[in-house]
Design a protein around this ligand. Structure first.
Ligand SMILES: *Cc1c(COP(=O)(O)O)cnc(C)c1O
Length: 413
């Protein structure tokens, strides 16, 4: 940036002022797209140095810039995006971007897991993550230990008693029940364990503006940037952020081997969305809160799952301690089971019936038959995913139109 402020600035400013030098893009005020697959070295010695640093054989000296090598390892648009996303995540010093949220999670597992070790995780998790642990990593020789979301005592006990725990993965709030798990508590238990498992939080639902896992003792913050970070349901991306630079370097080296870096065009698109993520989420969260709090008590609504409507005192405590705002997702459990849920989905006119979440447009889905259909009946019971449950991701439309639409859709069941 031409003018980097001398005094530290807040995240909303830093996201627009750091990490991009117009002089490297012929003066362009916004980043250009660099689509080259390979980069010309400034000298054979610089090429040798770049390979030594990229492979981890030599450390990067403070302030040193090494030549780019090849776009599977790194490229300018990934560097710009990684620099600009860091100020949005409280406590982060470095980021690494991937070509999907699943790629970020998979790479983190391979970078931090060990053969014969355990992954202790909350359940429900994102469906893909559950399958990755139990159907892919278990046959490879790792063990997944699932603990229901929100049960701090049981999670502590699982971390203490698991066979060689290498990873603790927390997804909070849980999808689609919104049950919250205490990040600080799990991080303290993990820190006290001699095996020192890496604590990862999938922060897709409330981050980066509303929940700050790295400030609560987590080691790695993971995102499906496909959701709120990108915000327009038009690209797939993932991000990992950490306080510890060595941990990010490790993920970066694995990314180079796996070939799952985010491509230049996608980096450029996502980078352009960063300055508005807090604006979008503020509007989405306010909309969701206004709508959810007004749908409570409708004769068709059995339960409304939303953070400001928690009645369990431990859940209220966790929300107050770890979340700044309640977010854009809520779930409604309807009287009348699956038939009522399907009728509601058919009756809704403004929102679309689609999976995914976090976009500027409102989306509705039936978790039991779609996003969570891979779970066994016992797992669904444990997680509270019922026939009558509908998940809603609220967008930036006028909340009064959405409310009226949901009310007519409920009335018509
Ligand atoms: C969507 C999602 C993922 C997977 O991300 P992709 O970008 O689709 O690979 C992981 N975790 C959560 C919580 C998600 O919502």
């Amino acid at each position: 940036m031409a003018q980097v402020p001398d005094t530290p600035v807040r995240p909303g400013t830093a996201v627009l002022t750091r990490g991009f030098d117009p002089s490297l893009s012929v003066g362009s005020a916004r980043p250009a797209v660099f689509r080259s697959s390979t980069y010309v070295f400034s000298s054979p010695e610089a090429a040798e140095r770049a390979f030594n640093v990229a492979s981890g054989r030599a450390p990067l000296e403070p302030g040193e810039k090494v030549d780019l090598i090849y776009s599977r390892f790194n490229h300018p648009n990934a560097e710009i995006l990684e620099d600009q996303i860091v100020p949005l995540e409280k406590g982060a010093t470095q980021a690494v971007v991937f070509n999907s949220g699943m790629a970020a999670i998979m790479t983190a597992f391979f970078a931090c897991g060990r053969l014969g070790s355990s992954i202790v995780h909350t359940t429900p998790l994102y469906g893909g993550t559950t399958q990755l642990i139990h159907q892919f990593l278990e046959p490879f020789g790792m063990t997944g230990v699932a603990i229901p979301a929100g049960q701090g005592e049981a999670l502590d006990e699982a971390i203490r008693s698991a066979k060689d725990p290498s990873i603790v993965l927390i997804e909070t709030p849980a999808n689609p029940t919104m049950i919250m798990t205490d990040i600080r508590r799990a991080a303290e238990t993990a820190a006290a364990h001699p095996a020192r498992p890496v604590v990862m939080v999938d922060n897709t639902f409330l981050g980066p503006p509303y929940q700050h896992p790295l400030m609560l003792g987590a080691d790695l913050c993971l995102y499906s940037a496909t959701k709120f970070l990108s915000g327009f349901s038009d690209l797939i991306a993932g991000v990992a952020l950490a306080k510890d630079e060595a941990l990010i370097q490790k993920l970066r080296r694995h990314r180079g081997l796996f070939g799952n870096i985010l491509q230049p065009d996608e980096c450029w698109l996502l980078d352009g969305r960063l300055p508005t993520v807090t604006l979008r989420m503020n509007r989405q969260s306010k909309n969701a809160q206004r709508i959810a709090e007004r749908l409570v008590g409708h004769r068709r609504v059995k339960r409304l799952l939303y953070p400001t409507l928690f009645d369990d005192s431990e859940q209220v405590r966790i929300r107050m301690a770890q979340c700044d705002y309640p977010g854009a997702l809520f779930s409604i459990e309807l009287y009348g089971g699956k038939a009522a849920a399907f009728e509601f989905l058919r009756n809704v006119r403004i929102a679309s019936n689609a999976v995914s979440l976090g976009g500027v447009e409102t989306l509705t889905c039936h978790p039991k038959t779609t996003t969570h259909s891979g779970m066994t009946a016992a797992e669904m019971d444990l997680a509270g995913i019922t026939d009558g449950l509908v998940r809603i991701s609220v967008g930036i439309e006028d909340w009064r139109d959405l409310l009226a639409d949901f009310q007519q859709a409920l009335d018509a069941i």
